[in-house]
Design a protein around this ligand. Structure first.
Ligand code: 5GP
Length: 253
């Protein structure tokens, strides 16, 4: 597998072509941004924590029957993934009221939401990712009815799996954002599932364990990311060292 030219540079990840047209590499950089990029910083090591958590959770989903883009890690911050055709929707699942839900609607922070809510945002920073409904999604031609049904089902299944796994670690999955892409006639989970895309609270103390620590200056972001990565992926941060030779050797991927 040879790393090719840059395909796409997002706010925190870069995607590179490979010599296989069906696969790209996704590099998790140390950039952290909030408020549509209005606040930004570089935090050394952040990329590897998000990569480790994303890889672990993608594998967890795969084991439990949810197909994702993930193939395997190439190094501590780079994953080899299927080259999906990304759908510009942020599919947000909410179990507990927080963030924009509390800002925009009469929920109180911490209200438990049952059944979980799915919110769809159109992914476009220049428009501040506006919320859309099914009619807007169809009118824009972003997905068809069958795809949206699949996306909703998958989002709820991912929610059940992640919520259960994390609650076993005394972590409350408050909400999270997924992105999906088309792949050979189906729809797979793409992008990342990390502390940048989930809102996590310690179940006992309600302490933030995610990007809210950066957004709202709640404490030491890197210490939080390191601790939560270790909590979610026991041993995973060290595992890549052992696997490195396999991934970088001839014929890998
Ligand atoms: P909220 O709508 O409360 O700002 O965000 C809800 C959840 O979706 C949070 O877990 C948040 O991290 C995630 N989320 C919403 N928009 C974005 C986005 O543009 N990028 C990322 N990485 N996560 C987002």
């Amino acid at each position: 597998m040879k790393k090719g030219p840059l395909l796409y540079r997002g706010k925190a990840k870069s995607v590179y072509l490979t010599d296989n047209p069906d696969e790209v590499t996704m590099e998790f950089r140390d950039d952290i941004t909030a408020f549509d990029g209005g606040k930004n910083a570089v935090l050394k090591g952040k990329g590897q924590y998000n990569a480790a958590v994303s890889a672990f959770l993608f594998e967890y989903l795969e084991i439990h029957g949810v197909k994702t883009q993930f193939i395997h890690m190439l190094d501590e911050r780079t994953m080899l993934v299927r080259r999906l055709s990304m759908i510009p929707l942020e599919v947000i699942v909410r179990n507990v009221a927080a963030g924009s839900l509390v800002k925009n609607y009469p929920f109180r922070e911490g209200d438990v939401i049952r059944p979980a809510i799915i919110v769809l945002d159109y992914k476009d920073d220049t428009r501040h990712d506006p919320m859309v409904n099914d009619d807007i999604v169809y009118a824009l031609g972003l997905v068809n009815r069958e795809e949206l049904l699949t996306i909703r089902k998958l989002a709820l299944k991912v929610n059940d799996l992640l919520r259960t796994y994390l609650s076993g670690l005394s972590i409350t999955l408050v909400d999270f954002k997924l992105e999906f892409g088309r792949w050979k006639g189906g729809v797979l989970v793409g992008d990342e599932i990390s502390m940048d895309s989930m809102r996590l609270w310690d179940a006992k103390t309600r302490e933030s364990l995610d990007k809210d620590v950066y957004r709202f200056d709640k404490g030491d972001v890197m210490a939080t990311y390191a601790a939560v990565a270790e909590r979610i992926t026991p041993g995973a941060l060290h595992r890549y060292e052992a696997e490195k030779t396999v991934f970088t050797g001839e014929g890998s991927g």
